[in-house]
Design a protein around this ligand. Structure first.
Ligand code: AGP
Length: 362
């Protein structure tokens, strides 16, 4: 049928969509660029961002995880305070808002009911909104004041992959353009760095065999799996854990490395898989200290680090990319590990039980 043709030679959409990520990043570089070849975003949007005294990112699931990374990018580069909220919580437990807020709704589908409920509320309150979505003309896009598109092409697999990386790339570009519009000197050429990211993603997609091996070795029969990270790696392990649990049904959780000792470490038993991300220089030693703590309790560690920060015994080393953009690269092995874990366990990768692609109920 038609869907078979679209999948081409891929057994599942998820794998195809993981592989499309370098292309999507390159496409975004082209789409958000002016005639002079400089990074460019609709001036009205940039102005709305820079006029706000605080940005409120509202999203669910994977899009929420992209929002967490976006906060880091916007606060570092554009120096605007950002709060990131889970839509379903925001509706019932609304925080005290700043004087001039701008709401940013991140949603692959643009149809998520939880996010829409918040948009309806904030519109009633008279606040401006920007939707970042993959679907032009979607509800969240139509109802918000502004839209930025992800240009990722249709995402069919329930597990979101290329939309996540596209969301982060768009947020990075927005942060950089907003900084520039304010006259701030940014010591990073974001277009160039995103090009480097696309190449790194390609190399990571070529490392499928190694990810399949990791999935086989660590996740073939386990009941659970923990992911740990610090700084921005913490946000990425939340996403890695969500990917694994939603398609392989392995109970997976992402934790901040420093929080282990406040409770979670009690869960570590002999052979518990612990996947640790190490892409950030300022926390490299402390995350490795956390790995030692769990190994001392019997954990089976799998360290994924970045070139330049790697150490003996690391299971996989990702190519070096700009430290603020590491999530775009480091998430790829986690997506692939989740994919192969689900595949080996005989799960329906593209259509996991109990889940829908767009969640249109609150
Ligand atoms: C991701 O793998 C999920 N299936 C899910 O968390 C998803 O990201 C969430 O439902 C939000 O969807 P949206 O981006 O279309 O709003």
């Amino acid at each position: 049928d038609a869907s078979d043709i679209e999948k081409g030679t891929y057994p599942y959409y998820m794998l195809k969509e993981i592989d499309e990520q370098p292309l999507v990043i390159r496409r975004l570089i082209e789409k958000y660029r002016n005639e002079q070849g400089e990074l460019a975003i609709d001036e009205e949007i940039v102005q709305a961002v820079n006029e706000a005294d605080r940005l409120y990112i509202v999203a669910c699931g994977t899009s929420y995880h992209a929002g967490l990374v976006g906060k880091q990018l916007i606060e570092n580069w554009a120096k605007i305070p950002v709060e990131v909220h889970i839509a379903s919580e925001f509706s019932y437990n609304m925080p005290l808002l700043s004087e001039k807020p701008l709401f940013i709704y991140i949603s692959q589908s643009g149809e998520t009911a939880d996010s829409r409920a918040v948009l309806v509320r904030t519109k009633e309150l008279g606040h401006k909104s920007l939707t970042i979505t993959n679907v032009p003309g979607s509800t969240l896009s139509r109802e918000a004041d502004y839209t930025l598109l992800l240009h990722a092409g249709p995402e069919i697999a329930v597990a979101s992959t290329k939309a996540y990386t596209a969301q982060i790339a768009v947020l990075a570009m927005l942060a950089a353009v907003a900084a520039k519009a304010k006259g701030m000197a940014l010591d990073v050429d974001v277009t160039k760095e995103l090009g480097i990211v696309a190449n790194a993603m390609e190399a990571l997609c070529d490392a499928k065999h190694e990810m399949e091996q990791i999935a086989r070795e660590y996740l073939a029969t386990t009941r659970n799996c923990f992911f740990i990270g610090r700084a921005v790696d913490y946000y990425v392990v939340l996403e890695g854990a969500l990917k694994l649990k939603e398609i392989s049904y392995i109970q997976a959780e992402g934790f901040a490395g420093g929080e282990l000792k406040h409770g979670t470490i009690a869960l570590i038993e002999n052979g518990t898989p612990v996947i640790a991300l190490a892409t950030q220089e300022h926390v490299n030693l402390s995350i490795r200290g956390n790995v030692k703590e769990v190994v001392a309790r019997g954990a089976n560690p799998c360290i994924i680090s970045m070139k330049g920060l790697d150490m003996e015994g690391d299971r996989f080393v990702i190519p070096a990319v700009h430290p603020m953009l590491t999530p775009l690269a480091s998430v790829v092995p986690l997506q692939l590990i989740a994919y192969y874990a689900a595949l080996h366990r005989g799960c329906d990768v593209d259509k996991p039980r109990n889940l829908a692609k767009s969640v249109t109920v609150e």
